[in-house]
Write a protein that binds this ligand. Structure first.
Ligand SMILES: NC(=O)c1ccc[n+]([C@@H]2O[C@H](COP(=O)([O-])OP(=O)(O)OC[C@H]3O[C@@H](n4cnc5c(N)ncnc54)[C@H](O)[C@@H]3O)[C@@H](O)[C@H]2O)c1
Length: 237
């Protein structure tokens, strides 16, 4: 029988992360959420993923409550929209910190549990902008592309220990992040106009990403690692 697994989902207070936390809980995992915003799914801990001390402390709390953590989904993220020539280094650094360094901290913090247990599943939520590029989002695209690269390197390093590492780059998913981008005129058209340009003719749902994650963290996905699995309605192939 498969043991009850403990999962940490970062960014689980909103949008994609929240849908992932809900889905993993529905699938029977014990779920802890790390987010700077208050969460409502699973065991919600207030954690800034950029702060290693906070991450380690929260990981220790989860370990104490539920035992070793064997599933990690990194969904915390923040976008940014500034012309590169005007991009202050501070903003560049902040976006890299949240989207890339946060993944570094959470993976390194959880790793002893997975290493010891010789079993682990890590899923990193990157972005379809890593396929397509995106003007005025150089910092975000660079950070998310680095997450894809980190995913591949870690897959090779951790595979022999039974730990898989994959990335899911979402595209055009209906969350507060997407709605804000539409509201601020940053989408290059409305969501309705984008639906017409999307092969499956609908906007993505957070549950589409959650379903992919649910499979990737399952026992039967053990032969899939180092992959970048696009979930984008066919907008990027
Ligand atoms: N919505 C899309 O179409 C889309 C497309 C590509 C990539 N993504 C990525 O998917 C992930 C989820 O995005 P979403 O659309 O659900 O956005 P969202 O804004 O709804 O959720 C992001 C969550 O991350 C949390 N967060 C931000 N900074 C944090 C920090 N320092 N520490 C801990 N938590 C932090 C926020 O509080 C929020 O709850 C992000 O990594 C995002 O970059 C989304």
């Amino acid at each position: 029988m498969t043991p009850v697994r403990t999962a940490v989902v970062t960014g689980g207070a909103s949008g994609i992360g929240r849908a992932i936390a809900r889905r993993l809980a529905a699938d029977g995992l014990r779920v802890a959420v790390f987010d700077i915003a208050p969460g409502e799914t699973g065991d919600a801990l207030t954690v800034d993923v950029c702060d290693r001390a906070q991450v380690d402390k929260a990981m220790a709390t989860v370990r104490e409550r539920y035992g070793p953590v064997s599933v990690l989904v990194n969904a915390a993220g923040k976008d940014g929209f500034t012309r590169f020539s005007d991009l202050p280094f501070e903003e560049w650094r902040r976006i890299v910190d949240i989207n890339l360094n946060g993944v570094f901290h959470c993976v390194q913090s959880v790793l002893p549990d997975m290493w010891e247990g010789r079993w682990g599943r890590i899923v990193n939520i990157s972005s379809s902008s890593t396929h397509s590029g995106q003007p005025f989002m150089a910092h975000y695209v660079a950070a998310k592309s680095a997450v894809n690269g980190l995913t591949k390197a870690l897959a090779l390093e951790l595979g022999p220990r039974g730990i898989t590492v994959n990335a899911v780059p979402p595209g055009f998913i209906d969350t507060p992040m997407l709605r804000t981008a539409e509201h601020e005129g940053r989408l290059g058209g409305s969501i309705e106009e984008h639906i017409d340009r999307t092969p499956v003719r609908r906007v993505g749902r957070p549950e589409d990403i959650a379903a992919t994650c649910a499979f990737l963290v399952s026992e039967e996905a053990g032969y899939i690692t180092g992959q970048i699995i696009g979930v984008n309605g066919g907008r990027n192939t």
